[in-house]
Design a binder for this molecule. Sequence first.
Ligand SMILES: *Cc1c(COP(=O)(O)O)cnc(C)c1O
Length: 397
Amino acid sequence: MISALLPNYARADLAFERGEGAWLWTVDGRRFLDFGSGIATASLGHGHPHLVKAIADQAAKVMHTSNLYRIPQAERLAQRLVEATFADSVFFCNSGAEANEGMIKMMRRAMSDAGKPERFRLICFEGAFHGRTLATLAATGNAKYLEGFGPVVEGFDHVPFNNMNAVRNAIGSGTCGIIVEPIQGEGGVRPADLQFLRDLRAVCDEFGIILGMDEVQSGMGRTGKLFAHEWAGITPDVMSAAKGIGGGFPLGAVLAKEQFAKALKPGTHGTTFGGNPLACAAGNAVLDVILAPGFLEDVQRKGRKLRSELDAVAREFPTVFADARGMGLLLGLKCVLPQGQVQAACVAEGLMAITAGDNVLRLAPPLVVTDSDIEQGVAMLRRAAATCAAEARAGAR
Ligand SMILES: *Cc1c(COP(=O)(O)O)cnc(C)c1O
């Protein structure tokens, strides 16, 4: 008989009761170091006092009023995001897929409003992940995820990542724009070359098409900049954010320059929960921490520290790992052994890591991870790697 909770996930048999910083305790009292952050989402770790208080205080006042009325918490959060980014205006929603849906609709509508409704096609990349709704699945383009769900939403063209010739060849009279992740998270922690991002900006300007960035995973401080595209010194026209933006509270956003944002006039798009007082109180509390002086610089420093440790571990265990990759605190180890085996060995040592495409073990600790947490995590990873290397030797005999 089917379980009451729909079994659409392959869940590990671990249930957590409480957390503090980068640590989580199971209902049966075991302690784990969380280097997955609920898939790069619990950006402030667990039980962060400032975030907890902001949510509790707002919940006690008013949680939800709907977008029929003004929402001061949303106005404030949007204003702060506008001041901190390229964007002139922000739309709030509840998830990454919903943010990407909003971004896709905004891009197409802006092109239509400019008198070119025939330009609705979007160029996306092999290895991308943009979500599980019907349009974002089409943007993701992964045949395995699309199978059995009926006609694929029309208008998405896929080309190899980091390949400018392929992008130029794909641009046609029906092209609306390009959607790119500055780092492919689900696809295997694969960074876009910074020059590739600059070239995408240039080609969009050259052809008068729209540059959209999916920063759902790479944004909100994850790479040590507020958004990862900043490393390339360019700005997109439109951008999606989610995951870390609410520190674990469901919140998504579309950020855009005025020229594109104005396409979503009253009546063109909407969502019931999006940007409600509770979600935006969480978003503002996350920003209080991330935008505090020195916080992002410290994420960069901790990212370099963890990355150099991962490089060392990869060199020490060449039968387990091929190399380390990623930026800031969005890091990965390309595995030689099956990633699931390495992940299980980490869990046995008390370290929660997550997997990604391309046989990569993904490490995305909370942005508030401490130096001591990093050192303990690396020690657990080293013991897990030693176990896996021994298993590989035994298997070879
Ligand atoms: C997780 C993710 C999404 C989807 O977000 P959901 O909140 O799961 O809908 C979209 N794009 C990227 C880059 C992601 O990492």
